[in-house]
Design a protein around this ligand. Structure first.
Ligand code: CIR
Length: 256
């Protein structure tokens, strides 16, 4: 069960977020704010307490709080984002994390290691970590060493196409994963039940499971149907403005 969620409102600078999806146009700030509000409402329906942080206009991607920390049952790990323009975002999350974790349970990834939370997928007490353009092997090794101090485990997953691990694969409990593209036949995931995301709905591989509910992005009806027919309760949230800068449902929150 998750009790808490941390989110950060998008700022006006969201139009300048990093993107590989430039053809979709720039996010509209007002619409992004509305969508963010609806996202928070959906999370509240899942029974969590939501801490909403104010926008940080200096950092166009700072609404994607998932990347700056990994919050486990036993410790908090402040990451070290590999994207230069995002690295300093970590400074602005620590104070909030201190409200939930005592200082001796707060750990840090440090240079030359880099790691972003979007590359970390939690499956019970195990954490899969994608080696990506943002997360390097030193970062992964530091992360696994930290986990082991707390009796948790981690392992590396090599990525070929996606920005972050969770861009393409997400765990929705019940031994089940949503898998797309390069993850459909991944050896490391062979023992999980899989819901295969159709290619044309690849963006919807990034759903989140929160206390019995799967939150699915709006406009991906095939995925919505597949998840419902697997027996899950579903809530739908529009993330079209975040998609324009490569962001999805998981990136927008820290759930713990
Ligand atoms: C970035 O490139 O960092 C942002 N525009 C998108 C971050 C998405 N975060 C995630 O997948 N965890």
């Amino acid at each position: 069960m998750f009790k808490n969620v941390i989110v950060r409102k998008p700022g006006k600078s969201i139009s300048e977020g990093i993107t590989s999806n430039g053809e979709l146009g720039k996010p509209n700030y007002k619409l992004a704010l509305e969508q963010h509000k609806a996202y928070v409402e959906a999370l509240k329906k899942c029974g969590v307490q939501v801490t909403v942080l104010e926008a940080l206009d200096k950092f166009p991607d700072s609404c994607f709080v998932e990347d700056v920390a990994v919050l486990t049952k036993k410790c908090a790990i402040i990451t070290n984002p590999g994207a230069d323009t995002r690295n300093e975002e970590i400074k602005y999350i620590v104070e909030t994390i201190k409200k939930f974790y005592s200082e001796d349970k707060i750990e840090y990834i440090t240079f030359p290691g880099t790691l972003e939370g979007g590359d970390v997928m939690m499956v019970n007490d195990h954490f899969y970590v994608g080696e990506s353009a943002r997360t390097n092997i030193q970062g992964i090794n530091q992360f696994i060493n930290i986990l082991e101090k707390y009796n948790l485990t981690g392992s590396k997953i090599e990525l070929e196409e996606v920005l972050h691990l969770k861009t393409g694969v997400n765990y929705i409990e019940n031994n089940t994963m949503l898998v797309s593209g390069e993850f459909i036949n991944k050896e490391e995931f062979k023992d999980y039940k899989k819901i295969i995301i159709p290619k044309e709905e690849g963006y919807a591989a990034n759903c989140i499971y929160v206390n019995g509910v799967v939150i699915v992005p709006k406009g991906y009806e095939k995925v919505e149907k597949l998840i419902k027919s697997a027996g899950y309760k579903v809530l739908v949230v529009d993330t079209s403005q975040f998609k324009k800068i490569d962001g999805g449902l998981s990136c927008l929150s820290l759930r713990f």
